[in-house]
Design a protein around this ligand. Sequence first.
Ligand code: SAH
Ligand code: DHB
Ligand code: MG
Length: 225
Amino acid sequence: MRKNSPSHWAAVDRYFGDLFAAHDEPLNAAVKANRAARLPAIDVSPLQGKFLNVLVQMTQAKRVLEIGTLGGYSTIWMARALPKGGRIVSLEFSRKHAEVARANLRCAGLLRRVEIRVGPALESLPQLKAEGAGPFGLIFIDADKDNNPQYLEWALKLSRRGTVIVVDNVARHGTVIEAKSTEPDIRGTRRCLEVMAAHPRLSAVALQTVGIKGLDGFAMAVVLR
Ligand code: SAH
Ligand code: DHB
Ligand code: MG
C-alpha cells in the first residue's frame, strides 16, 4: 500500500475503527437493514458515529436535535450516549427512511429515547420552536446540503449558551473550494460555512476528515450567547 494514499487512509480508519468503534449486533443489524431497504449508503462512518457519541458525552447534552435521520445509524450512536432521561428529536423527509430508522432503533432498544418527525425539516423546525422544544445541547445537521444555511439559522433559534452545532459533509471530496460552482449543495455548504465563521453568537471551526468515506469534513461551532 502506498503511504499517504486514499487506500492507506482507509486502512488507518479501519484500524482506528476496530479500536474505538467496533460494531455490536444492533449496529450490524441496522447497517444490514438499511442495505436491504436500499437506503443510500451515506450514513456516517463507524468512527464518525463514535465521534458524535463522545460529543454527546462531552457536552452532557440531555436534548439532541438531528436533521437527516436516514436509517438511524448516527441516531443510534448518539442515543447510546444520552444521560438518563435524555432525548433525541430527529427530522427526516422520507417516510420510508423514518420507518426503517424506527425499526432499527427499536431493535437497539433505543426507540423510547428518540422521536422521528417525518416531513421537510424546514417545516418541522418552526413547529418545534412553536411547541417550545429545546433548547438542544447538541445539534447535528446532516440532510440536504443546499438548505444548510437555513438549518444553521434554525439551529441557532433552538440553542442556548454552550450548544454545540455539528455540520456533516463540508468538504465533499474537496469540491467545497469551487467558489464559482452553481451546484446547490456546494453553494449551500459554502454559505453555511461563511455564516458560521462570521456569526457573533458562534465560535466555529471546520476540519477535513479522510478515511473509508474518502475526503470530507465536519464544521463545528459552540454557541457563545
Ligand atoms: N444522519 C444519517 C445520514 C443522513 S442522510 C446517518 O449518518 O446515519 C440525509 C437524510 O436527510 C436522508 O435520509 C434524506 O432523506 C434526508 N433529507 C433530505 N432532505 C431533507 C429535508 N428537506 N428534510 C428532512 N430530511 C431530509
Ligand atoms: C451524501 C450525503 C451525506 O450526508 C453523506 O454523509 C455522504 C454523502 C450525499 O448526498 O451524497
Ligand atoms: Mg452526512
